[in-house]
Design a protein around this ligand. Structure first.
Ligand SMILES: Cc1ncc(COP(=O)(O)O)c(C=O)c1O
Length: 374
């Protein structure tokens, strides 16, 4: 399994705090905004309803799945069948790890952008897959040309994620058309992990499922952790290719009995919230992004303004080691960042800021980091 640099950061933070230092923690991408009150009320009433107390077999996920497909049709104009093209998940991370196990044989290859959410590398290792990094271009999107043809023969799927963690890259329709054409040419399944679908500040998040032919080879994973701040509740869903969904369901069957029905009811209520409710929280993240970027730019650090997601991905000056820099940032600046290499081989020399503090705290963190870089 890949070694976690996040454990190293955790130890550094604990050591600094043990010395009485205050650390601004921007190293973990967990939303700190409150879960909408209506959803908590839903859970409270569900907890008192004995109908929610037992095991939850497939039929007990049906209302939730119907709501997910209604939400998708409203948003993207495509009707999906809740019975065969949708599945409930205990978070998108759980879904992705089980999907890799479900649709591959050990020894096959999975293509993963060279900088990616760390769990993809671990999920590939769990499934006995060769993880093949896809190089990123200047736009931080993967380049599909120039891959070893022998690797492509072994490749079974490709995992993508836009808006991206950690790079904040947003993929447009033209990118998705290229990705789908590449997947068709090499008979790959596309797994699109899409938890940041709502966290867009400029442009729009594209769902590849709507492209012609995509349903033959695409599964998209959605989450309640970011849009509704429900990370601890563990709820998500998969939509897309019916065979892959059936394989995922079969792989999950010996492992879990689906998420607690009360939490699924929270999910139904969340998908019915007026879009303005989610947008309000997105504006909170936009203001945080602006505060951090402007503080750093004001100190002469040339960072780009991220278009989406809840992260700022910063390239360190040439030759600077990201883990050493992140450790020094905790010790000397009192700011915890995520070292880039924790996200894959392309992350060396980068650090990630998570926008999980109020604007004034982010601005202070930005100034301290700028000073450390000076
Ligand atoms: C790209 C990506 N995928 C998945 C997850 C986890 O989502 P969930 O809480 O639905 O498992 C995260 C959490 O940070 C993420 O950044």
């Amino acid at each position: 399994m890949p070694e976690s640099v996040f454990l190293l950061m955790d130890r550094a933070k604990s050591a600094a705090r043990a010395e009485g230092k205050r650390v601004i923690d921007l190293s973990i991408g967990a939303s700190d905004l409150p879960v909408p009150g209506e959803l908590i009320a839903e859970l409270e009433s569900a907890a008192r309803d004995p109908a929610t107390w037992g095991y939850c077999l497939k039929s007990c996920t049906h209302r939730f799945l119907e709501e997910t497909t209604r939400w998708y049709a409203r948003r993207f104009g495509l009707e999906l069948d809740p019975g065969s093209q949708a599945l409930s998940l205990i978070g998108s991370q759980e879904g992705l790890a089980h999907l890799l196990l479900a649709v591959t044989d050990p020894g096959q290859a999975v293509l993963i952008p060279e900088v990616a959410y760390p769990s993809y590398w671990g999920a590939a290792a769990l499934a006995g897959l060769e993880a093949v990094p896809l190089e990123l271009g200047d736009d931080l999107l993967p380049v599909f040309e120039g891959l070893d043809p022998e690797v492509l023969v072994r490749a079974r799927l490709m995992v993508l994620n836009y808006p991206n963690n950690p790079t904040a890259a947003l993929a447009d329709r033209a990118f998705w058309e290229r990705a789908l054409a590449f997947a068709e040419a090499h008979d790959l399944l596309i797994v699109h992990d899409n938890p940041y679908i709502d966290m867009v500040y400029e442009g729009e998040a594209v769902s590849p499922l709507v492209l012609e032919g995509a349903l033959e080879r695409t599964v998209e994973l959605f989450s309640f952790s970011k849009s509704f701040h429900m990370g601890g509740f563990r709820l998500g869903f998969a939509l897309g290719n019916a065979e892959a969904i059936a394989a995922l369901e079969a792989a999950k069957a010996p492992v879990d009995f689906n998420q607690y029905l009360g939490i699924q009811r929270m999910g139904i209520a969340a998908l019915r919230l007026p879009p303005d409710r989610v947008l309000r929280d997105v504006q909170v993240f936009r203001a945080r992004r602006d505060a951090l970027v402007e503080a750093m730019q004001g100190c002469g650090v040339p960072v780009d303004r991220p278009k989406a997601s809840m992260y700022l991905w910063m390239r360190l000056p040439d030759g600077m080691d990201d883990v050493r820099f992140a450790l020094a940032a905790v010790e000397h600046a009192g700011v915890a960042l995520a070292p880039g290499r924790g996200f894959g081989p392309g992350g060396h020399g980068y650090v990630r800021f998570a926008l999980v503090q109020p604007p004034e705290v982010l601005a202070e963190a930005g100034r301290r980091i700028a000073q450390l870089l000076d």
